[in-house]
Design a protein around this ligand. Sequence first.
Ligand SMILES: [Zn+2]
Ligand SMILES: [Zn+2]
Length: 635
Amino acid sequence: MSCERELNRIKTVIKKNLPADIKIKKIEFEGPDIAVYSENPKVLIDDANILKDLAKKMRKRIVVRWNFEKRRDMIETEKYIQDLIGEDAEISNIEFDENKGEVIIESAKPGLVIGKKGNNLTEIRRNTFWQPIAIRAPPIDSKTIKLIRGMLKTERAKQKQILLKIGKRIHRPTLFNDLKIRMTALGGFREVGRSCILIQTNDSSILLDCGVNVGNRNNQFPFFEVPQFLIRDLDAVVLTHAHLDHSGLVPFLFKYGYRGPLYCTLPTRNLSTMLQLDYISVAEREGRPAPYSKRDVKTTVLHTIPLSYGKVTDIAPDVKLTLHNSGHILGGSIVHLHFGDGGYNFVYTGDYKFQKTRLLEPATVSFPRVECLLTESTYGGAQDRIPSRHESEKELRDVINAHIRKGGKILIPVLAVGRAQELIIILEEFISHGLIDKVPIFIDGLISEATAIHTANPDFLSSDLREKILHQGKNPFLSEYFTTISSKDERKEVIKGGPCIILATSGMLIGGPSLIYLKELADDSKNGLIFVSYQVEGTLGRRVQKGFKEFQYEDTRGRTQLVKLNLHLYTISGFSGHSSRSQISQYIRKINPPPRLIIVNHGEESKTVSLSSLLHKKLKRTTKSPTNMETIRLK
Ligand SMILES: [Zn+2]
Ligand SMILES: [Zn+2]
């Protein structure tokens, strides 16, 4: 009932601000959007500024829908679009979203679909009443994206109902007038893994990330048992990025009845769906029960509301959310929460890199205001100097050349998302510039699928890489230097074959093809193993990195086997997707005005504590490094 009152208030404002000749048929809350159904859309088509001004004035996300009764039949519309655009644009797919009234046109040349000054799009709008969206067909097919599209296509009606329900909840009136904010550490404090943070006001409850502890099977879950955490009270879940230590247990919330929204970027939705489905298959293969099923992943997808960077979105009656680039992996976000009306601002960095990489732009640092900053500290220890990229690239070249020239093989364990793509770009450049010998580079595990998702989202890549891909036609991800390994027999051939470089998952040697290769390559001192990413405590990767010279495993017949490590070990940390200790401190210094309170998480205990005291000394701010289950009052 009270949501109706808010709707009426908004209706009045919209009517007052739109030209009198626009007839509004209905207004609905569709998730965080206000959907305006208009009867005579032509006026709005011709002057898109009217809407932009209105959205700005109201600080709301406003979308206009044409009356669906007027929309032309889908088959007819498809034929009309094909005829209008012509064959040169190489249209590969035309899809309709009846909820949004959008027709998505996928082609090799979206510029031709759009037409001069957007002429074609205007024509399509005028003649079919569908809102055309021109997108670039990704050069590599992604199974995950296909699967997600399939899920959404068959469940449009259900998704519409979900959005209407979420919309009502967001726009309910607040019960309390005074703003009080608390943060509870549910996971990922004084440790790396199971990141999960609960933010509560008197009126609402928001969960930031819901990760799994990959390194420690005994402590996989965040502390859901604390009395502050009640699934039924959650207004929203916000996901910073796809890595499982942040996204791994999101479907678990849906398994236990959560039916609210999940906010993240589009690439994060695609990549985390891929990793969650893989997490289930790995568990099944190893004969362990997975904490959730494929059905729960599908429910998660249906409740996901993709957001772009920089767009302010209402997620609860007293909370607005904005996502910003984190520079960590594709689609990764820094979360900015604004509470009340100018009351308080909280920024959670998630994992971030305050430096440009081959793949991404550096983390965004400009926020209107930040009272409290929650920062990661993976490399926040006093000894954690990350060497420059230049130094690291030189070291990588030298190590590769030394082993390849001896006739050895190089194994680089990588997470499927992030470092794998960064290395693909670097290795492609090494070979094309003759910096390393031209040997085959094999890619094994989920990496190729993750790369396909990267090519589908060029907007999120660094400006240099985007320019290369879109305007110079030089896509390193399509280079002939790389061969994808997809069967056991192919893997055997690689192991038997000559000098080569192997990029394989998992990144911390906790299973998957990287472990298979290690077992086979370990004995020969001509071979080299290079760690390029953080190795979580408790993983085999961490033990090997620390200097353990052998490890045991159980073979398929249940017999214990011993592997001796004679191959050479290297750690090159300059490719890390995390900020170094000095980058973290530079990042915080750039925030203006500086935050009053700095909280440190996502790091080993000693590093978290050490970074927290460094920041306190240098910046003269209150800093805290809470433990899991602690609650801190922010305001
Ligand atoms: Zn991460
Ligand atoms: Zn992380």
